[in-house]
Design a binder for this molecule. Structure first.
Ligand SMILES: NC(=O)C1=CN([C@@H]2O[C@H](COP(=O)(O)OP(=O)(O)OC[C@H]3O[C@@H](n4cnc5c(N)ncnc54)[C@H](OP(=O)(O)O)[C@@H]3O)[C@@H](O)[C@H]2O)C=CC1
Ligand SMILES: O=CC(=O)O
Length: 292
């Protein structure tokens, strides 16, 4: 199978490499074109623009930072829309809001193409290992066509129905994840500031009913102050913002998420946005965000 791949950041690079390893022919594009070279070394070819990739490939996948990037790659000059049409499919796996996804879907469909949103749950390591959870919605026939690729990229894919449902599901999941990261950070800080060992707290948590892979993976590196980005904090804050906006639209009160968003915003203001999202601990350490 041949696919195009737009966006070679932390996730896109790992996902495109995985497809290449499994025998897919992949044509890649990235805004900073030099980043394509690592994939070329693995067998990829390069498209000079998103339009050039879509012209060459029947199916094109995108993995881009945010709504601005997702819209730009489709609607700008040399963008996806210039070449999408009958018989071609566009699959956006970026985490965006439902409105962004719908706008892209409408435009692609108007040109005769098919569109699927397919954001993923799972970070850098699951992307490298093909263990993502794929939350797809939109064109069911395109979903069926993409199953061979999804089987390589993920451990499970869900088809959630109409456009927007994948985006919303992803935002709900990441709203919970961001709130949990804040709760863990406050707990580590409370343990530390009240004379307990934060490492012992992690050990206790790991044996009880609230044990989870995220606490287990991130806790020890947080205690070392090590925040190599797997999931950049700026993207987690974007997801909290979009989830809160979904809450606004549906009159859902989310005080926990709102407080967590403030901590992520504070972290961004301290220029921690490019670090891993667990760096929010730096804001909450020593007594809470108001003292950061
Ligand atoms: N990292 C993670 O753990 C996970 C991330 N996600 C989501 O996946 C998406 C990608 O994340 P990740 O790979 O971590 O992000 P990165 O920040 O590592 O990569 C972002 C990508 O978007 C491109 N980009 C940014 N702005 C523009 C623009 N205006 N026009 C064109 N391209 C642009 C970047 O290009 P350039 O190289 O030129 O900057 C890069 O290829 C995000 O939506 C994120 O929320 C989902 C699950 C897990
Ligand atoms: O979006 C991030 C993730 O870990 O999932």
């Amino acid at each position: 199978m041949e696919v195009g791949f737009l966006g070679l950041g932390i996730m896109g690079k790992a996902m495109a490499a995985n497809l290449l390893r499994h025998g897919f022919r992949v044509t890649v594009w990235n805004r900073t074109l030099s980043k394509c070279q690592e994939l070329v070394a693995l067998g990829a070819t390069v498209g000079e623009t998103p339009a050039a990739v879509v012209a060459k490939c029947r199916y094109t996948i995108a993995m881009l930072s945010d709504p601005i990037a997702a819209l730009s790659v489709v609607f700008d000059k040399n963008g996806v829309l210039e070449q999408i049409g009958n018989g071609k499919g566009y699959v956006d796996m970026s985490t965006v809001d439902a409105a962004t996804s719908s706008k892209i879907s409408e435009a692609v469909k108007q040109k005769g193409g098919a569109f699927l949103e397919a954001p993923v749950s799972g970070s850098k390591k699951p992307a490298e290992d093909g263990q993502l959870v794929i939350l797809a919605a939109g064109d069911k026939a395109l979903y069926d066509d993409m199953v061979p690729a999804f089987d390589i990229l993920g451990k499970k894919s869900f088809f959630l129905g109409e456009i927007g449902n994948g985006a919303k599901m992803k935002l709900v999941v990441n709203m919970i994840m961001g709130s949990m990261m804040n709760a863990l950070s406050e707990g580590l800080s409370l343990a530390d500031n009240s004379g307990l060992s934060p490492q012992t707290l992690l050990d206790v948590l790991d044996l009880g009913a609230i044990a989870n892979p995220m606490f287990k993976l991130k806790g020890p590196s947080m205690l070392k102050g090590s925040y190599n980005p797997a999931f950049p904090l700026k993207h987690q804050q974007k997801d909290m913002r979009l989830a809160l906006s979904l809450g606004d639209e549906n009159a859902v009160s989310m005080p926990v998420a709102a407080a967590s968003n403030e901590a992520f915003k504070k972290a961004r203001s301290l220029e921690l946005g490019d670090l891993d999202f667990s760096a929010v601990y730096e804001v909450l350490k020593g007594g809470g965000s108001s003292q950061a």
